[in-house]
Design a binder for this molecule. Structure first.
Ligand code: UGA
Length: 444
C-alpha cells in the first residue's frame, strides 16, 4: 500500500527526527524551514545537532526526503506536521508566533488536508487555530493534535517504539487518518479530543519533573539522616504502582522541554485562575537542587574564592549537545560569582559562547589537572572510569562531587577520593554535624 506523503514545518530536532522516522516507514517526506543554513546543511547530508542514530536514518532514506525553504513545496502533501519551536516568553507563556506563521503560510490546497500539531502548545491552542482556519475559509483543512514524546538522545527509538501515540481530533475521520500512520509501530493509540491531547503532553512532562524533584528532596533528607537514595529509589521503584523510572537523584533537570513546559503549564493554570501549588514547588526544588553543589564544595574546601573547580559534562544530559537550561550553566556562573576558577569539559557540547571566564579542556583528565575539586555534572559514559589513580594524582586535592551518582562511592573512596554523591551519606554518623569538643566543666 502506498503510504501518503508527509510535509513537516520546522527542521529542528523534532521535525527532522519525525521526518526521518516517517521516511523510514515508507513515506515521502518534505521538510520546510525558514533558516537557509539549516536547509542547506540538511540538503548536503549534515545534521545541525547531535542525535544518535539519526544520521544513519537520513542516509538510508535520502531518496524519500527533501528539504526546502518554500512552504508551497508542501502543497502536494495532504498531511502537514507542525514541528516548530514554542519557546517561553518573558511571562512564561509559550511563544506561539512560529505556530501562527505556519498557519498563515499554509500552501493552497484544493483537496482536504490535515494540519497535525506536534509542537508542545498550551491547552486551547487547537481551538484557536481551528477558529482561525475557519475564518479564513479553510474549513477543508482538518486539525489534529499529536504531541511528541521524544527524549533527546533516544528520539529515534522513542519514535519507532513509543509507549503510546496520542491523537486528539475535532473530526473523527481526521483522527483515524493520523492514527493509521502509526499502525506499523503497534503501539497503543489514545484517541481523544484536542484539548485533552494538548494536556496529556504537558501533564506527562510535569509528572516526570515531579518524580525527579520528589526523589531529589528524598535525597536531601537521606543526606541529613544517613540513608542512601540509590537504594531507596530501588526499593520504591519495585512497587509496580510506582515503577523505577525518573527516580535518579541528581542536580536537577534541564533541557529544552522540562523548564519551558513546566513554566508554561504553571502559567496556563494561573492564566485560568488556578494556582498550581505542587508544580510551583516542583520547579523551585529543581532550582535549589542545582545550587546545593556549592554547599557541598564549601564543606570540603571552605570559601571557594581562588579555588579551581572542574565541571565534567556540560550538556543537560548525556548523548546530546544541548545546553539549553543545563544545570552546568547555573553551576559555572555560581562558581565564577564565588570567585572560583572553573575548568570545564564535555565530549560534545560546546559552551564557549555561553560561559565567559571558563577554561575549556579537551579531556576530563585535563580538566581535573590541578583542580581542588571536580563535579560530575552530566553522566557521560566517559566519566565512569574517572576514579583512577591518574586523575587523583593530577588533582590538587581529590575532592569529587558526583552530581549524578554515576560512580560507586566505595570504589571512589578506595581510589583515594573524598567522594560526595547526591543523597548518599556513608553512615548516619557522617550525616551528623561536627560539634566542637568542649573542655569538661568542673563543678564549683
Ligand atoms: C523530555 C521527556 O522525557 C520527553 O518524553 C518529552 O517528549 C520531551 O521532554 C519533550 O517535551 O520534548 P528530554 O528533555 O529530552 O525529554 O530529556 P529527559 O531524558 O526526560 O531528561 C530531562 C532532564 O531530567 C535531564 O536533565 C535529566 O538529567 C533529568 N533527569 C531525568 C533526572 O535528573 N533524573 C531522572 O531520573 C531522569
Amino acid at each position: 500500500m502506498k503510504r501518503p506523503a508527509i510535509g513537516i514545518f520546522g527542521a529542528g530536532w523534532v521535525g527532522v527526527v519525525t521526518g526521518a522516522c516517517f521516511a523510514e516507514l515508507g513515506h515521502e517526506v518534505v521538510v520546510r524551514d525558514i533558516v537557509s543554513e539549516r536547509i542547506e546543511a540538511l540538503q548536503a547530508g549534515r545534521i545541525p545537532f547531535h542525535e544518535p542514530g539519526l544520521a544513519e536514518l537520513l542516509e538510508r532514506n535520502r531518496e524519500r526526503m527533501s528539504f526546502t525553504l518554500d512552504a508551497a513545496d508542501l502543497a502536494p502533501t495532504g498531511l502537514m506536521f507542525v514541528c516548530v519551536g514554542t519557546p517561553p516568553t518573558y511571562s512564561g507563556d509559550a511563544d506561539l508566533s512560529a505556530v501562527w506563521n505556519v498557519v498563515e503560510q499554509l500552501p493552497e490546497q484544493e483537496e482536504r488536508s490535515l494540519l497535525v500539531m506536534k509542537s508542545t502548545v498550551p491547552v486551547g491552542t487547537g481551538e484557536k487555530v481551528r477558529e482561525s482556519l475557519d475564518s479564513r475559509g479553510l474549513a477543508h483543512v482538518g486539525y489534529v493534535s499529536n504531541p511528541e514524546f521524544l527524549a533527546e538522545g533516544s528520539a529515534v527509538k522513542d519514535f519507532m517504539r513509543p509507549d503510546r501515540v496520542v491523537v486528539g481530533a475535532f473530526a473523527g475521520a481526521d483522527g483515524e487518518t493520523v492514527a493509521a500512520l502509526y499502525e506499523p509501530l503497534e503501539a497503543p493509540i489514545v484517541r481523544t479530543d484536542v484539548a485533552s491531547a494538548e494536556m496529556i503532553k504537558l501533564a506527562a512532562n510535569a509528572f516526570l519533573m515531579t518524580r525527579i524533584s520528589f526523589i531529589n528532596e528524598i535525597a536531601n533528607v537521606c543526606e541529613a539522616t544517613g540513608a542512601d537514595v540509590v537504594k531507596v529509589a530501588e526499593g520504591i521503584g519495585l512497587d509496580h504502582r510506582l515503577g523505577p523510572h525518573f527516580l535518579r537523584a541528581g542536580i536537577g533537570w534541564g533541557g529544552s522541554c522540562f523548564p519551558k513546559d513546566g513554566v508554561a503549564l504553571k502559567q496556563l493554570a494561573s492564566n485560568s485562575g488556578y494556582h498550581f501549588q505542587l508544580l510551583n514547588a516542583v520547579i523551585e526544588v529543581n532550582e535549589l537542587q542545582k545550587r546545593r553543589v556549592i554547599g557541598k564544595l564549601e564543606k570540603h574546601l571552605g570559601k571557594l574564592r581562588g579555588k579551581t573547580i572542574a565541571l565534567l559534562g556540560l550538556a543537560f544530559k548525556p548523548n546530546t549537545d544541548d545546553l539549553r537550561e543545563a544545570p552546568s550553566l547555573v553551576l559555572a556562573s555560581r562558581l565564577l560569582a564565588e570567585g572560583a576558577e572553573v575548568r570545564a569539559w564535555d565530549p560534545v557540547a560546546d559552551a564557549r559562547h555561553l560561559l565567559q571566564g571558563v577554561t575549556f579542556c579537551e579531556s576530563a583528565l585535563e580538566a581535573v589537572t590541578g583542580a581542588d575539586a571536580a563535579v560530575i555534572v552530566t553522566e557521560w559514559d566517559e566519566l565512569r572510569s574517572l576514579a583512577s589513580a591518574e586523575a587523583r594524582d593530577a588533582m590538587a586535592s581529590p575532592v569529587l562531587v558526583d552530581g549524578r551518582n554515576l560512580l560507586d562511592p566505595e570504589e571512589a573512596r578506595a581510589a583515594g577520593f573524598t567522594y560526595e554523591g547526591i543523597g548518599r551519606a556513608a553512615s548516619p554518623l557522617a550525616a551528623l554535624p561536627e560539634t566542637e569538643e568542649r573542655e569538661p566543666q568542673l563543678e564549683q
